[in-house]
Write a protein of this length. Structure first.
Length: 426
């Protein structure tokens, strides 16, 4: 891993990230979606056998399987999941928007009410690791928003079972149904419905390139939160940072996936060199060494900038999923940050805190999506219909606005709907 001196050409190249070209797999995904839409359960089970090596009779997890998971799971882990749930619930309850109304003009009252989405599908990735934390992040905000039906889909193991921690987390969070299916076939099942899985109105949750591609293709039939790719972190620091902390923060992101992106951006050469040495030293001893080393080789970068302003500018252009700020004046730097999914301020704030239990959500936009999207929140599961009430005085006053514009646009029935209330000639 080299230390790169900042220049615009290098920056432009790095900002492309580790994004796989979704377009390359869309044809494959499209065929799977079509198959599931037509053949429903049979297709889901067939793909589950092909990709997960699991032969299933039933797709839905039973109550007995959930009870067995509680009996099998370490009690300390159950208690940790309960504590995490409490913090996530506290944070996301604070995100509930208020209903409001105002008098726009005499006799015209307009406002906004809050209504939950009726049904939501939460995708929980499998593969290289189990993610009970992701279930909490997806299901709890939906529950708080008042969603009536919340389902979870996650790939089973070759034995046809879901990991105990996944089942316990889903139950603790309040999921109504849990299904043993993953990949594009799970997205198709939730979007279109099968004999076993009733369709939902919105699908949320991270996944691999096939899941992301499937979510893009079903968007319109259902809503999605945002497309997400490989995980990423950018650490923005100066000479006050602690190199050991930086190194471990770097590795904690790299261990996610060989395609995970890790950036350290600083204006201090000594910090850059110390962090580089420690990252390479700690990587050799890491439990997930092979994944980490591949991630670092492909997508690990240390960027040395002329000054902090240049470093901040690169950060905003990159728009990282996770941003750690550890500088002499963190809040002053924060004031200049425009684009980031979730921000971790100060030397005692690792990304792991947000991943597992501080309360904030870890389902976040990647690939520069933080320029356009926020992370998953309670508001992702609600709708905000507008409401208005006009009195006779209100419609009389507004007629001077509505009738000329409607008639100019050629919508005479619109104009007449106002005129008739005013006893005007149509």
């Amino acid at each position: 891993m080299e230390i790169l001196k900042y220049d615009k050409e290098t920056a432009d190249d790095l900002i492309k990230r580790s994004q796989a070209d979704i377009n390359e797999i869309l044809n494959i995904v499209s065929d799977i979606l079509k198959d599931v839409k037509e053949n429903k359960d049979e297709a889901v089970k067939r793909y589950t056998a092909k990709f997960d090596k699991a032969e299933l009779d039933d797709l839905q997890v039973s109550e007995d399987e959930i009870k067995e998971a509680y009996d099998n799971l370490d009690k300390d882990l159950i208690e940790a999941l309960e504590r995490a749930s409490e913090n996530i619930e506290k944070f996301h309850k604070a995100q509930i928007p208020e209903e409001w109304s105002m008098e726009v003009n005499t006799g015209i009252t307009a406002g906004q009410i809050i209504r939950p989405i009726n049904s939501v599908g939460c995708y929980i990735p499998g593969g290289r690791a189990a993610y009970p934390s992701s279930i909490l992040m997806e299901v709890i905000p939906a529950k708080i928003a008042g969603v009536e039906r919340i389902i979870c889909c996650t790939p089973p193991g070759a034995d046809g079972k879901i990991m105990d921690a996944i089942l316990v987390a889903a139950d603790l969070a309040g999921a109504d149904e849990i299904y043993k299916c993953g990949g594009s076939q799970a997205i198709a099942a939730m979007a279109y419905g099968t004999e076993s899985i009733e369709k939902v109105e919105k699908i949320v949750g991270p996944g691999n390139v096939f899941v992301t591609g499937a979510k893009k293709l079903v968007y319109g039939d259902v809503d999605i939160e945002f497309p997400a790719g490989p995980s990423e972190v950018l650490i923005l620091c100066d000479n006050t940072a602690v190199p050991e902390y930086l190194a471990h923060d770097f590795l904690s992101q790299a261990e996610h996936d060989p395609e995970a992106s890790c950036f350290l951006v600083t204006d201090d050469e000594e910090i850059a060199n110390k962090a580089k040495d420690l990252i390479e030293e700690f990587a050799k001893k890491a439990a997930r060494r092979e994944i980490i080393e591949e991630s670092l080789e492909k997508h690990g970068h240390i960027i040395l900038c002329e000054n902090m302003e240049e470093a901040i500018d690169f950060t905003n252009t990159y728009a990282p999923e996770h941003l750690i700020i550890t500088t002499e004046d963190d809040k002053a730097v924060l004031d200049k940050i425009k684009n980031a999914g979730s921000i971790f301020l100060g030397k005692y704030s690792p990304v792991a805190a947000g991943d597992y239990g501080s309360g904030t959500n870890h389902v976040l936009p990647t690939g520069g999506g933080a320029k356009m999207y926020s992370g998953l929140s309670t508001e992702a599961f609600i709708k905000k219909p507008t409401v208005q009430t006009l009195t006779q005085e209100g419609i009389e006053e507004l007629a001077k606005t509505v009738i000329p514009i409607a008639e100019y646009e050629g919508f005479y029935a619109h104009a007449n709907s106002v005129k008739v209330r005013l006893n005007k000639e149509l």
